[in-house]
Design a protein around this ligand. Sequence first.
Ligand code: URP
Ligand code: ZN
Ligand code: ZN
Length: 489
Amino acid sequence: MPPAYDLVIRNGKIVTAADTFDADVCVRDGRVVALEGHAGPGAREIDATGRLVMPGGIDSHCHIEQMSSAGVVCADDFYSGTVSAAFGGTTTVIPFAAQHRGQSLRQVVRDYHAAAEPKAVVDYAFHLIISDPTEQVLGQELPALIGDGYTSFKIYMTYERLRIADGPLLDILALARRTGALVMVHAENHDMIQWMTERLLEQGLVRPLFHAVSHPRLAESEATNRAISLAELVDVPVLLVHVSAPEAARVIREAQTRGLRIYAETCPQYVMLGADDLDKSGMDGAMFCCSPPPRDAAGQAAIWQGLVNGTFQVFSSDHAPYRFDRTGKLPRGDNTTFKEIANGLPGLETRLPILFSEGVWRGRITVNQFVALGATNHARLYGLYPRKGTIAVGSDADMAIWDPDRRVKLTASLLHDQVGYTPYEGVELTGWPVTVISRGRIVVDQGKLHATRGSGQFLKCAQAEAAKPLGRVVPELATVRRFSDRPLF
Ligand code: URP
Ligand code: ZN
Ligand code: ZN
């Protein structure tokens, strides 16, 4: 008799966002086909005694093989980026297909596919970045792409070459409402940042530390409040990405309490790092420059509180990998001013181990919250659930088997990205993914890679339930309805 299953994971403790239970996981043709005690034989078997069997992580905010608006190319391509993700327990990534001004969105998407297809070792979808909302883009390309499975896109309220003013942002939000797409917002007040930057540079205050000074919390909370107000006017959900400031988290919480569909993401750097890290000697502070910047201990505590109380649904890496040299972080070497430092930190591989150790092991969150924040909620928000983000009959067999007691000291040489440094050098963590499985294939086991280049598959995202409008009309629009049958937008 041939074995009943391709793979059986025995004796592990299965953890989903909702439950923790003992069962064997049975896999056939890349999917979970049974969860039962004393399963029949598998062609391959893994003994997970003493281990946690969790859904493979989903990292829904990472920049891979992307060119920044300043023309700096990421250190990671789709091979190193996805290998690094896999070693950190992540089996699905959602990077960006980033439009620069003047580019056709269709062509951008084709280019990212061409880059990812031969290299990715885990599955991937794409968000879009919209920086040039022309009539062609909003009228044709974007609606067609949303229909084709690119159902989320990011817009920036800051960065000279990316930012979208409030008027076009309303057009974009109205389009998202019509098409069921989810808009991700980088919320910082551009003029505040630019004004602060000019004042600092005038005084010769150019060191990396001043990056944090030039991006005050108020810039984040003001723009967050504005983004939410614009979304409320149009009655469409939005997701605030990489939230760092407690004031911004409060604005989000308050909107959620009013019943609005406002979602939020935070990242490891905002619970692990502080603005004082940007004050390291020489140019070393540049390793910690990202936007928005890390804040302080009270800020970290507030972000943890938001993870605990549900203000944040997703914990992503915002992996934006730039080497610590002239090709990346420091275009003018030691003369690089804070304004010129490439923004972003690496983190695909360290994201989940940090959340597990600092969250679960330290008793801040439950292991089920860990799964929700690291996998399930990403799948739900971006239209991949239940294929991804859970362990259930019918789901893809994407799993990470964690040793909850394994102690690991982070150091750059342990990691598999191409960045050459980690902002978490020397940090000691407890808990590590020892075996990582993507569609039933073992991609990483005991520190060894088993996946081949290009074995990851592209995932089309559905329009998520979470992205649906509430149907709440602001009073002024109710007035319009008395005079016109035609919707205003
Ligand atoms: O500094 C950051 N976060 N760089 C990556 C780009 C972005 O805004 O997410
Ligand atoms: Zn951003
Ligand atoms: Zn980002």
